[in-house]
Ligand binder design. Structure first.
Ligand SMILES: Nc1ncnc2c1ncn2[C@@H]1O[C@H](COP(=O)(O)OP(=O)(O)OP(=O)(O)O)[C@@H](O)[C@H]1O
Ligand SMILES: Nc1nc2c(ncn2[C@@H]2O[C@H](COP(=O)(O)O)[C@@H](O)[C@H]2O)c(=O)[nH]1
Length: 205
């Protein structure tokens, strides 16, 4: 087992900003070295989505049982459905010394911050709100009522940016990916993380 735990990296931000798009581009690039935690949801599977790849799709009853038995690191109810992060995979992977990447909405990210304050919290921002709405509309997955609900939630979510460690603008996907890679790389050199290894060495002398 690795002596040093992996980093927990949380990518969050308003609906439609491009979290999923940026996360996929990040994982498709050759030089990524972290593990994606597949979320669980009660929402309907969209065309092309696969069980265990895009999400673990569960009924509300199944999801509520997992909440009750403490098996979720965090969960949130978002536009009428549950979304959450299964705890066991995250713990096991961090213990193996591997970095774990979560792509989640803002309420859930704030719950993770309470439980894992030494995680790396990255807020993905749109260039502006007009562009944000045009991305949600352009995606073509939601009707107008849901789009308006997502925009209202988005305004409140942008206010939450202050609680994050980094803000990355998603103007172009490739640029956002590069910015995130640089953040993750530099987080590995932060003294509180590195010093632990040397403190253990000193204790072992
Ligand atoms: N940098 C970008 N420039 C232009 N369009 C983008 C950019 N990034 C993402 N998009 C587009 O914006 C739309 C929303 O992206 P995506 O579904 O990845 O957002 P999201 O933040 O994951 O949304 P949600 O939180 O609702 O799941 C998609 O149609 C995507 O192709
Ligand atoms: N709190 C959590 N939010 C999550 C999780 N997985 C995904 N999400 C976020 O939900 C919304 C909606 O997603 P969609 O796939 O229906 O468009 C989006 O903001 C995701 O980032 C999770 O495990 N916990």
């Amino acid at each position: 087992m690795s002596a040093q735990k992996g980093l927990l990296i949380v990518l969050s931000g308003p609906s439609g900003v491009g979290k999923g798009t940026v996360r996929k581009a990040l994982f498709e690039s050759d030089d990524n070295d972290f593990e994606y935690s597949v979320s669980m949801t009660t929402r309907q599977k969209r065309a092309g989505e696969q069980e265990g790849v895009d999400y673990f799709f569960r009924t509300r009853e199944e999801f509520e049982q997992l909440i009750a038995s403490g098996e979720m690191l965090e969960y949130a109810e978002y536009v009428g459905n549950y979304y959450g992060t299964p705890l066991e995979y995250v713990n096991k992977t961090l213990e193996e010394g591997k970095d774990v990447f979560l792509e989640i909405e803002v309420q859930g990210a704030m719950k993770v911050k309470e439980k894992v304050p030494d995680g790396v919290f990255i807020f993905l921002t749109p260039p502006d709100l007009v562009e944000l709405k045009s991305r949600i509309v352009g995606r073509g997955t939601d009707d107008m009522a849901v789009i308006n609900e997502r925009m209202e939630i988005a305004k409140a979510e942008i206010e939450m940016m202050r609680h994050y460690d980094y803000a990355v603008v998603n103007d172009q996907v490739s640029l956002a990916v590069d910015r995130i890679k640089k953040i993750i790389e530099s987080e590995h050199y932060r003294v509180p993380r590195v010093i632990e290894k040397y403190e253990n060495m000193i204790k072992g002398l």
